[in-house]
Structures are given as structure tokens and as C-alpha cells.
Design a binder for this molecule. Structure first.
Ligand code: NAD
Ligand code: TYD
Length: 351
């Protein structure tokens, strides 16, 4: 983020004392973003709107100076109250896990489509000067080795990615119909501190730490580009400052690796045997890969700082040192989810 701070062209974000609303900031990427804003723009007022779903956790913001509003982006009154007086908005609030969307997608439609519309419509009425809708690489569907640019057609293949595509459509429509200065970002698979234990890298790490099986879907051949959360946050900040309203920006690191390589690297970092890796029944409709061309964003001056090994090692080390945070999260609601998602898979697959 600090690189972009020197820009002369930035979007009135040099106003001291401005208010930025960050939705979904009790979650993984939003909380990292808020910490970065606090560090790099200490003069800003930071307001958070988050309804604290199973994925939200206020402990991610412990000790961070924010005005926290517990509320739902899909509730027009809460949305209006939260955007009032804000000049910048970044919308991270979402249901974010593909596997959960395959179990029941109703909350995904509500938050990712209707909620996105509601918070954007409130932003129009409040005269917000820049709105960033945080979307995902998954809206393109799988790329099978070819790199997507922002001009490619969307072909979402899971209920999660379809709902995120729906949120994007609302962004374009509210931009055109009501003049909201909105940019959309499409970031790749993100890893780093504070990610929920349901996602692959934390799950594999936590299970390895506890000498439990690492459930790798299929044969572990699907590939993801692992972007460090700090790089994702600096990219969003670049778009907030310099993105053209109405434009989409791909965010990619080029750290593409298959899932088996990732599971092996986690075992190696923790000194655990690879025999903990267990191939289990694949995710239905499992996208093979998402490769993104992020030239448009790089032309705004952004570049990632973390390569694959540094991203993975620093994340694994963070989980090894922070059981005090994730320990309570893998109890309660997560136990039930884990039993539903992995019970049969782990029983049916050979050890
Ligand atoms: P997360 O699941 O960790 O956090 C989501 C947060 O949103 C939680 O704090 C939750 O309480 C809150 N929330 C959910 N529904 C809400 C609602 N209706 N109103 C208010 N708050 C609500 O998600 P994340 O991984 O931090 O992802 C953040 C955003 O980035 C999402 O929009 C996601 O689609 C996108 N994204 C994520 C990744 C990734 O790899 N994690 C990659 C690209 C894009
Ligand atoms: P995930 O972290 O759920 O992110 P996304 O599906 O949004 O990219 O999964 C990353 C990759 O890891 C994906 O290819 C699915 C795979 N995966 C497993 O093999 N086992 C698991 O238990 C999980 C959660 C994911």
C-alpha cells in the first residue's frame, strides 16, 4: 500500500479525516485490509459493517481502532446508516466458501447478490465517491491453462461463483443507472493470517499440526494461484485510489501450484509425514484452475511482493503460532460442518 501513497493522481484519498466504510471486515481479507489502512492512513476514520456470520470474528480486529457496526449489508436501514458520511466504501461482505454453497446456497444469493445491490444503492444516496466491489477469479470459470483478461466472458460454475457474478452485475447496473463510481476487483485464491479454518491452506495446516489427515480432493491436480493477503489488500487499495469507475481489475500473483504440491509443502514446513495426505472424493464441478492476466492493474503501479514459498511458509508459521485464535473456531459450528463435508469422504477413501 505504501508504494501507492506517493501517487499524485490518487482519488481524493489524500483528504485528512475522511471516512471509509469497510464491510465484512470481521472476516479474513477485510480485517487484513482494515489493519493496513490503519497503518498507512492513520488519519482516516474507519467504519466497519459486519453481521458476524459463522465466518465473522471480532477477535480479528482486536486492538484496531474502528467504529464497528453490527449489521447486515442486505438490510436497507443498516446499509443506509453505515454509509452515511462515508466517502469511500470497500465491500468485502460475502458468503465465501464454495463447498458450503454446494450444501445450501440461499445465504449466498441473499448476501452476494441482494446485499451487494442494497449496500451499493445506499452508497448512491449517500454520494459515495468511490466504491470497490470485491469479487473473485471464480466468476470466469476454469481457464484450462489460458489466462483470462477482464474482457473475457463470465462462466461461473458453482453457486458461490454464480452469486459473486450476480453481485458484479448489480455493480455495473448501479454504476450505469445511478452513477455510482464503482470498480470491481477479481482476486485469485488468497492466503495468509486470519483465514477461516474451512479453507484449504488453513485446514491442511491445522490437520497436519494435529496429526490428522489432510483431505485433498480428487488427485490434488487442480491448480490455484496463491496470493498473499497483504498483496490482495494493496491491490484493492490501488484500485480504490486509481481505478477507473466502471472498470474491472484482475488481481493475480502468478503463484500457480496444484493442491497436492501445496499439501506436500505444508507437511514439509511442519516436519510432518506426507502419509497424512489423503485423497478424498472430489468437489462436484471442481474448477481445474483460474489463471488471470493482471496487466491492467499492474499498469496502475501495483505488483505483488510475495512469491509462492514465502506466501505459504509465512502462513503456515502463523497458524502454528496462533492456535489461541483458531482453536476455538474449530469447535462448535465447524465440527458439524466438518462432519458433513468430510465424514463420509474420509471414511470412504483408503487411508
Ligand atoms: P470471509 O468469509 O472470511 O469473511 C466474510 C465476512 O463478511 C465475515 O466477517 C462475515 O461475517 C461478513 N458477512 C457475511 N454476510 C454478511 C452480510 N450480509 N452483511 C454484513 N456482513 C456479512 O471472506 P474473505 O475470504 O475475507 O473474502 C472477502 C471477500 O473477498 C468476499 O467478497 C470474497 O468473495 C472475496 N474473495 C475472496 C477470496 C479468497 O480466497 N478468500 C479470493 C477472491 C475474492
Ligand atoms: P478453497 O480454499 O476452498 O478455495 P477455492 O475453492 O475458493 O479456490 O480450495 C482451494 C483448493 O483446494 C481447491 O482446488 C479445492 C481444494 N481443496 C481440497 O483439496 N480439500 C479441501 O478440504 C478444501 C477445503 C479445498
Amino acid at each position: 500500500m505504501t508504494d501507492t501513497a506517493q501517487s499524485a493522481e490518487r482519488h481524493r484519498t489524500d483528504e485528512p479525516g475522511l471516512t471509509i466504510l469497510v464491510t465484512g471486515a470481521a472476516g479474513f481479507i477485510g480485517s487484513n485490509f482494515v489493519r493496513a489502512v490503519r497503518r498507512d492512513r492513520p488519519e482516516w476514520q474507519v467504519r466497519v459493517l459486519d453481521c458476524l456470520t459463522y465466518a465473522g470474528d471480532r477477535r480479528r480486529l482486536a486492538g484496531v481502532d474502528v467504529d464497528f457496526i453490527e449489521g447486515d449489508i442486505a438490510d436497507p436501514e443498516a446499509a443506509r446508516g453505515a454509509v452515511d458520511g462515508a466517502s469511500l466504501v470497500v465491500n468485502f461482505a460475502a458468503e465465501s466458501h464454495v463447498d458450503r454453497s454446494l450444501l445450501d446456497a440461499s445465504d449466498f444469493m441473499r448476501t452476494n447478490v441482494a446485499g451487494a445491490y442494497t449496500i451499493m444503492r445506499a452508497a448512491v444516496d449517500a454520494g459515495v465517491e468511490k466504491f470497490v466491489q470485491v469479487s473473485t477469479d471464480e466468476v470466469y470459470g476454469e481457464s484450462r491453462g489460458r489466462a483470462f483478461t477482464e474482457r473475457d466472458l463470465l462462466n461461473p460454475r458453482s453457486p458461490y461463483s454464480a452469486s459473486k457474478a450476480g453481485g458484479e452485475m448489480q455493480a455495473f447496473a448501479v454504476g450505469v443507472s445511478f452513477g455510482l463510481p464503482v470498480c470491481v476487483t477479481r482476486g485469485v485464491n488468497t492466503v495468509g493470517p486470519w483465514q477461516h479454518p474451512e479453507k484449504a491452506v488453513p485446514l491442511f495446516t491445522i490437520n497436519a499440526l494435529r496429526d490428522r489427515p489432510l483431505p485433498v480432493y480428487g488427485r490434488g491436480e487442480q491448480r490455484r494461484d496463491r496470493l498473499h493477503v497483504q498483496d490482495h489488500c494493496s491491490a484493492i487499495f490501488t484500485v480504490l485510489e486509481r481505478g477507473q469507475p466502471g472498470e474491472v481489475y484482475n488481481i493475480s500473483a502468478g503463484n500457480n501450484r496444484d493442491n497436492l504440491t501445496v499439501a506436500r509443502a505444508i507437511c514439509a514446513r511442519l516436519g510432518k509425514p506426507e502419509s497424512l495426505i489423503q485423497f478424498v472424493q472430489d468437489r462436484p464441478g471442481h474448477d481445474w484452475d483460474y489463471i488471470l492476466d493482471s496487466t491492467r492493474l499492474r499498469e496502475l503501479g501495483w505488483a505483488p511482493r510475495y512469491d509462492f514459498q514465502t506466501t505459504l511458509d509465512s502462513t503456515v508459521d502463523w497458524y502454528a503460532a496462533n492456535e489461541g485464535w483458531w482453536g476455538p473456531l474449530v469447535e462448535g459450528e465447524f465440527r458439524e460442518y466438518y462432519a458433513t463435508q468430510y465424514g463420509d469422504r474420509l471414511r470412504k477413501s483408503p487411508p
